[in-house]
Design a protein. Structure first.
Length: 286
């Protein structure tokens, strides 16, 4: 079973450098490099991708559409995977590569939020809003789980260090977020509540009238975001080596009030609130 430690507040971790990211294979003889991050649409990034061999051979790969969270290498270092596309503005699919036989695309699912090879088994975990899939080395689905979720709802997950168990953090529509634990076959081992309302509580009654679907949170002088960020995790980072799961959510830093900036004036007179991100960490282990 997976054990969850007591949450503790932490300082915000440093922003990850995602302009150029590389992942070395377990054997150390190949490296996947994602570089030259750019936008092809508002808020939508892509990276050039290439595979470097031990003999300095470089193989160009299709664009990557996400470089984290990602565990791209199979345990034997012969296969790799990431979310990509051959043409921008087409749906993102999971690319399944073989260092000796090229690559191909899995047909399902699209627009994954996380792609993770187990460190000990030839099992690929792919997660998205409302679903998880386990694939084998050939990209064939071996197990699936689905739950009710909006397409923009957050979902996080990853394998523990042993590669024998994994977890997914998500909320089913109308319910609080949970951490669900699975074994490598996809069998559910158990679940634990892991909702921001419980772990980082605030005066919900005072902000009950804040519109969740509009840009009612003031995150800075020129930044506004939707009020729903008060009710769901905004970021998660898991380090299998240490077992630390770091989670972030926005919390109000002041009272409700009129929008103070003319640039963000609200004709409907809706109230806004200042907010900032808060982080906690907990140990997730076997």
């Amino acid at each position: 079973m997976i054990r969850i430690g007591e949450p503790r507040p932490i300082e915000p971790p440093p922003d990850a450098d995602r302009e150029s990211v590389s992942y070395r294979s377990p054997a150390g003889d190949h490296t996947i490099v994602f570089s030259d991050e750019d936008e092809y649409a508002m808020g939508a990034s892509f990276w050039n991708a290439r595979l470097l061999g031990a003999d300095d051979k470089t193989t160009k790969l299709p664009y990557a559409l996400s470089v984290a969270p990602l565990q791209p290498w199979s345990p034997d270092g012969t296969r790799f995977a990431y979310l990509g596309t051959e043409k921008l503005r087409q749906p993102g699919r999971v690319l399944l590569g073989d260092i000796a036989a090229g690559f191909r695309w899995t047909t399902n699912p699209t627009w994954a939020r996380g792609v993770f090879w187990s460190s000990s088994r030839p099992v690929l975990l792919v997660i998205g809003p409302g679903w998880l899939r386990l694939l084998d080395q050939q990209g064939r689905m071996t197990r699936s789980h689905d739950w009710r979720s909006g397409e923009d709802d957050p979902v996080y997950g990853g394998w523990l260090a042993s590669g024998e168990r994994f977890f997914v953090v998500a909320a089913e529509t109308g319910h609080k977020a949970k951490l669900r634990a699975y074994d490598s076959s996809g069998t559910l081992l158990g679940e634990e509540p892991l909702d921001p309302a419980d772990l980082l509580p605030f005066d919900t009654k005072a902000f009950a009238s804040l519109e969740r679907s509009s840009y009612s949170l003031r995150l800075g002088p020129g930044t506004r975001s939707i009020g729903a960020l008060l009710d769901r995790w905004s970021d998660a980072r898991y380090d299998p080596a240490t077992g630390d799961l770091r989670l972030a959510v926005y919390r109000p830093t002041g009272p409700l009030g009129p929008e103070p900036s003319a640039a963000f004036s609200r004709p409907d007179g809706g109230l806004t609130a200042p907010a900032a991100i808060q982080w906690i960490a907990m140990r997730v282990s076997e």
